[in-house]
Design a protein around this ligand. Structure first.
Ligand code: F6R
Length: 608
């Protein structure tokens, strides 16, 4: 979502701020802005839309100075307008702030502490700039600490003070922020990858901490404003992965990176034919004697990966596995205790709702295990047990390679539990592991063999207004992912149903030419889903089938059928999803959509 950058002590800082903001673009935003401080006060430029709008404003008037802050905003409070774009300046112009997160009590603060103040925007953020000025008596750290103490909610701030034109201040609680010492200048950012300099040291700011960053110094303070020492962290970001290489879009590049993403993930979790989980510290006794329930929590595609492995986890563990949508789960009254294993799935490791569920589960005493792609992210840091997916940085908003890596991590977890629980003999484990190790080459084969037909079907469906996806059991989970992928990047209304449910209402929407995409991977229910497919066809639907090579011949030749490589049924979701990703990509391409940055969406959803 929103992105923060702050730079101190760099010649002509404005173009550098813009350059860093470009590296944050992938997170999703709808307006942007920068502010630069020099001895003569603070100069600000803001624009709605793409960073190119801000860039063209800068061409006619580049703010001059060595210290500044910048922001890409994904609108929450107030529409994406110039007035609502960050940075926000305090009434007397002493402070200027950029903010990620939500100040939940901003209205209350306006009515109590800031009564009578005039606000130029509808944002929650502007309140903070007013508070800073209210508490300022020549000492910015104290003013920041006092203002932070009033806030409720999650935040990361970048702050300029016109009386201290050589430094940038930062503060964070529950929203990512790092302070970075570089050979050339000091930086703060919500994402270390925004900084393309020779990095000397990186410090994570959290729990209400404050930092002050200058050209050659980094100072840290606790929430009350007392100076503290901090240890640098080993956070890295591979810049080469920020390039599209030979591909027209990051999404297509990432689709084709899936064999590597799955191979790296699986190989990091397998040793001599057996699964081992290097960052999981739960005793075997816990799994064997105490485990009573597994709860998987995630949002969007991450939630779908949980649905895909629910049955596998249940059969390997012998206990119930519930899969929960984080934004619902956090407000339910879940029954969790020390015998529950809660599994949090997140590519970014930042998703606000998933993080809130993790904290809730901790509070209930449940065991925590997270599956995360970004090392050093909040979810990874707050989890006692982690399985890292090694998909590499994912830039396209629509997840593909991280999804596949999450599936691989979940299969590994299921096999690991199956062995401890005695549900798998070592021969059975070895057989599963060796098939899992073949997945990367089967993914490669499937991508190669299904792209042409996916393109052809994209051409058939790209003008549709409504599309239905259906499947049963794991195929339903894959169908959900297919529908999500299609709607998020092509803006076609795609709905997904368990195949047997269609005739309980939704089939009334099917008429002549309505595209229906049926997933037929589950052998146990193949004929059932096939019947449902025929029911929609009898009402005029234009049906497409996704199955595997072994079952292809069971389908009539009159249907356009995409067949993926054969594998064990447990791992089939990893292959069935691939043509659906390609189908979404090519449909969005034909519709001229902005594939890597679909409207209204953000890569990391850091607000609830
Ligand atoms: C869809 C997509 C989203 C994410 C969801 C969770 O293509 O990418 O649905 O899966 O926002 O994000 P993470 O995994 O970062 O928690």
């Amino acid at each position: 979502m929103c992105g923060i950058i702050g730079i101190a002590g760099v010649n002509q800082v404005a173009p550098k701020l813009l350059d860093c903001l470009k590296r944050l673009e992938y997170r999703g935003y709808d307006s942007s802005g920068i502010a630069v401080t020099s001895g003569d006060g603070i100069e600000r430029l803001r624009a709605v839309g793409r960073l190119s709008e801000l860039e063209s404003r800068m061409e006619s008037k580049t703010p001059s100075g060595t210290t500044g802050i910048g922001h890409t905003r994904w609108a929450t409070h107030g529409a994406p307008t110039v007035e609502n774009a960050h940075p926000h300046i305090s009434p007397q112009g002493t402070f200027c702030v950029v903010h990620n997160g939500i100040i939940e009590n901003s209205e209350e603060i306006k009515k109590t502490l800031l009564q009578g103040d005039f606000f130029e925007s509808q944002t929650d953020t502007e309140v903070f700039s007013h508070l800073l000025e209210k508490y300022y008596i020549g000492e910015p750290i104290n003013a920041i600490a006092k203002a932070l103490a009033v806030l409720k909610g999650a935040y990361a701030f970048g702050i300029l003070c016109s009386d201290f034109p050589d430094v940038v201040f930062g503060a964070s609680s529950g929203s990512p922020l790092v302070a970075i010492g570089c050979e050339e200048g000091g930086f703060i950012s919500s994402d270390p990858c925004a900084v393309n300099e020779k990095i000397k040291s990186v410090y994570r700011i959290s729990g209400g901490e404050i930092c002050c960053v200058g050209k050659d110094r980094l100072l840290f303070f606790d929430p009350s404003g007392q100076a503290i020492e901090k240890k640098p962290e080993s956070i890295t970001c591979k810049m080469e992965s920020m390039s599209k290489g030979q591909y027209p879009h990051f999404m297509l590049k990432e689709i084709y990176e899936q064999p590597r993403a799955v191979s790296d993930t699986v190989n990091s979790l397998v040793k001599m034919g057996s699964v081992f989980l290097p960052d999981v510290y739960l005793d075997d006794d816990f799994f064997r004697d105490e485990l009573e329930k597994i709860v998987i929590v995630g949002c969007g595609s991450a939630y779908h990966t949980g649905l895909c492995v629910k049955n596998m986890l249940e059969s390997m563990s012998g206990v119930t596995c519930n899969v929960e949508i984080a934004s619902e789960f956090r407000y339910s009254q879940p029954v969790l205790n020390k015998n529950t294993l809660t599994v949090f799935i997140s590519q970014s490791g930042e998703t606000a709702d998933t993080l809130a569920c993790l904290r809730l589960a901790k509070h209930c005493g449940a065991k925590i295990l997270s599956i995360v792609n970004v090392k050093g992210s909040v979810i990874a840091t707050e989890s006692e047990n982690v399985i890292f997916t090694l998909a590499g940085r994912e830039i396209a908003v629509a997840t593909t390679k991280a999804y596949s890596a999450q599936l691989a991590a979940l299969y590994s977890l299921a096999i690991y539990i199956g062995r401890i629980k005695g549900k798998l003999t070592s021969e059975q484990e070895e057989k599963l592991v060796s098939e899992m190790l073949l997945l990367p080459s089967k993914i490669e084969e499937t991508l190669r063999e299904t792209e042409a037909l996916s393109k052809e079907i994209a051409n058939d469906i790209c003008r549709a207004q409504n599309i239905f996806f259906m499947g049963r059991l794991c195929d339903y989970a894959t169908a959900c992912e297919g529908a999500l992928k299609l709607k998020e990047i092509s803006y076609i209304n795609a709905q997904c149903y368990p195949a047997g449910e269609l005739k309980h209402g939704t089939i009334s929407l099917v008429d002549e030419g309505t595209p229906v995409i049926a997933i037929l991977g589950e052998s146990r229910v193949f004929s059932k889903t096939l019947s449902n497919m025929c029911e929609t066809e009898a009402r005029g639907a234009c049906v497409f089938a996704i199955t595997d090579k072994a079952k292809e011949t069971l389908l009539s030749q009159k249907h356009k059928t995409i067949s993926v490589a054969d594998t064990l049924s447990l791992f089939r979701p990893s292959l069935l999803v691939l043509p659906l990703q390609l189908l979404s990509y090519h449909t969005a391409l034909l519709r001229g959509c902005d594939i890597d940055k679909p409207r209204n969406l953000a890569k990391s959803v850091t607000v609830e």
